[in-house]
Design a protein around this ligand. Sequence first.
Ligand code: UDP
Length: 324
Amino acid sequence: MAHYLITGGAGFIGCHLSEALLNQGHHVTVIDDLSTGSIHNIEHLKNQKKFRYVIDTITNRSLLSELVDGCTAVYHLAAAVGVKLIVESPVRTIETNIRGTELVLECANKKKRPVLVASTSEVYGKSTKFPFREDGDLVMGSTSKGRWSYACSKALDEFLALAFMKEKQLPVVIVRLFNTVGPKQTGQYGMVVPNFVRQALLGHTITVYGDGKQSRCFTHVSDVVGALIKLMQKPQALGQVFNIGSQSEISINDLAKLVKSMTKSSSAISHIPYSRAYEEGFEDMPRRVPDLTKVRKMVGYRPTKNIRDILNDVIEFERTRLTV
Ligand code: UDP
C-alpha cells in the first residue's frame, strides 16, 4: 500500500481524493492551511487509522519537507482557486500558486517522490481552438486583468514541474482540471454550481453573469478523482500533461433554468454584468471544451455522470447543509 501526501487535502477535490485513497487501503496525510479548504470536509476521516492531517501552510518548508519524505507520492492540489478570489486577491493567488509549487517540487526532488500537479483549464485562456488539446497554444490576456494571473501562475507551475522532470529526473504528471463540481464545493469563491443551487434552495435570485450564453462542461468530482488515482499509478503518464473533464456543454442560462426546475424553486433568474460581478474589463471565456483523447488512451477515462446526476448530488448536499 502507498502513502500519499495531499496538499490542499481539506479542499473540495482533496477531501474526495483522500476518501477514495483511504477506501483503497492507502495511507493518506493531508496538509492544508484551511484558507479555502474546510476542516468539515475531512471531519469524517479523522478517526480512520491510516489518515493523518496537519493544519499548516505548504510554505512551512521544514514541515513540508518532513511530510514529503514520509510519503511515497504527492498530490499537489493546494492553490488559490475560484475566479472571485483570484480577482479580489491577486497577490495571494500568485504567491500561493508559484511559491507553493516551487517548494513542493524542491522537497519532492530530494528523494525523487513522484508528484501529480493539479493545473487548470484556465491555462488555455482565450484560445478558440476547440476542443482544447494539451499541446495547443495558451492564449493569455493582458497583465492588467487580474484573472490572467491565475492562468499564468498555473502555467508557470506546469513549466516548473516539467523542468524538474527534464533536468532533475523528478517524476511528475500534470493534470488540467475542467470545471470540477460536486458535493462539498463551496460557492464562496464564485463557483457557479454551488452558487446557483444555494440561491435556488433559498429562494434568492439566481445570478447569471454576462448574457449567460457562455458555456462550460461540468464534471463530477468522483470522475475526476478516479482519473487522478489511475494516472498516479501509471508510469507511462510521467512527464505528461492531461486534460480531465467532460465534453457535455451547457450554457449558463440553461444551467440556471435546470437548477431552478430540479429544485422546484420559485427564484427569479437575473443577469448581472461582469463589471459588477467581478471587476471592470473582466474577460470571460465564452466556451471551454477539453479534448479527452490523451487521458482516455492512458487510463481509459470516461466521465460517467451527466449534469443531472451532478446537480442531484449537489442539491442533496446543499439541502442537508442548509438544514443543519
Ligand atoms: N457564473 C455565473 N453566476 C455565478 C457564478 C459564476 O453566471 O454566480 C458564471 C461565470 O461568469 C462563468 C461560469 O458561470 O461564465 C462558470 O463560472 P465558475 O466560476 O464556476 O468557473 P470558471 O469556468 O469561470 O472558472
